[in-house]
Design a protein. Structure first.
Length: 107
């Protein structure tokens, strides 16, 4: 899967339609991090994309999806993340525990 292929697919699917915070093509091509998301609450299987200065926003969204999934169904699902035009894969994630008062749990 190549970034340019997903960008082209996105442009074909959305055309001139807009969604909240849809970046312009020039912003997508210049962004350090581009994430593609499949919207879960629509009949149409179209992806949206987001641009980010680094991976922190994407990581935060993934953490929220995991931690809140038993309460609310996620509104979107991560499809792909590119950094510098290269596809990244999630190899795993780590849960970091702390006590209610903020002290770290080292067990």
């Amino acid at each position: 899967m190549k970034l340019i292929e997903l960008i082209e697919k996105h442009e074909r699917q959305w055309g001139t339609e807009h969604y909240a915070d849809r970046p312009k093509l020039a912003e997508v091509l210049a962004a350090p991090v581009v994430a593609f998301w499949l919207l879960a609450n629509t009949k149409e299987k179209r992806e949206i994309l987001t641009v980010h200065p680094d991976l922190r926003d994407v990581e935060l969204t993934i953490a929220k999806l995991v931690l809140r999934s038993s309460i609310d169904l996620p509104a979107k699902r991560l499809v792909a993340v590119f950094i510098g035009g290269e596809l990244l894969k999630i190899r795993g994630f780590k849960v970091v525990w702390s006590y209610e008062d903020g002290r770290p749990y080292d067990g």
